[in-house]
Design a protein around this ligand. Sequence first.
Ligand code: SF4
Ligand code: MG
Length: 321
Amino acid sequence: MDNLLEVKGLKKYFPIKGGFFGKTVNNLKAVNDISFSIKRGETLGIAGESGCGKSTAGRAILRLHEPTAGKIYFEDQEITALDKESLRKKRREMQFIYQDPYSSLNPRMTVGDIIGEPFEVYESMSSKDKMDKVKELLNMVGLSPYHVRRYPHEFSGGQRQRIGIARAIALKPKFIVADEAVSALDVSIQAQVINLFEELQEKLGLTYMFISHDLSVVKHISDRIGVMYLGKIVELADSEELFSHPLHPYTIALLSAVPIANPRRLKDRVILQGDVPSPVNPPSGCVFHTRCSFCMDICKNIVPEFRDAGGGHHLACHLVK
Ligand code: SF4
Ligand code: MG
């Protein structure tokens, strides 16, 4: 499989203004130097607690947030070098699905207009052709063509997320960033929507970056998983491998916090000490060193390199040679 997307040294800092003249006094380092690639047709899950920078990373990749530094390549074309107009054209191939189906759909637009809007923006099409397309899309996401004239409030949360998905796939994109796309839904509905994501991937050859704080969701859908902590990817491996052989102390702690069926395994639980430090002043050296029970002197001063520890299992930790 070749790479659809390549991210090199991506940073996204949000300036913090202060003083009399509103000068930038510091930066919130939401994404702090991450590099990875996504293969064509695969699903890369991005996991981590809230505030770790995963949503910002997803947005920065599509330049919904302008990156502070780093390069992004989509099919070998440098996205970070595109001017506004070329980026607008490129966007039809790269879509974003939002966390909250309740607020991401315009309540005053009919479902037909919501799903049909991308055609207005990108293609000149007769209204009959547009309606035919919309009905076809409704079918694809498991809704009825009769729903075109209804409004978002008439639908359940799961159905609204289906509407959001129909809109995102309208222009046949190649890549979708889904940010907590099922987190607001009931568990039973989550499974149905995840199945829809998988079905559409198969049918349309889609590539996903699937962001979620919920490890069981990420595990279900992802081929590979990257774990983020304080703006960094600390570990990235095949989904099965990450769950069976986690290597980074943070991943081990995160996985041990997932509810488990066998209570005897409770003794293996590693409890995370203390709070996540502020992304305004992240710790020196390894960002996890203030909470890591394996912390050594080197961890406090030297940033561990994010590297392949074998077989594509990447991590940033001084402990694993
Ligand atoms: Fe812990 Fe050091 Fe590894 Fe960081 S580099 S996770 S502090 S052992
Ligand atoms: Mg988020």
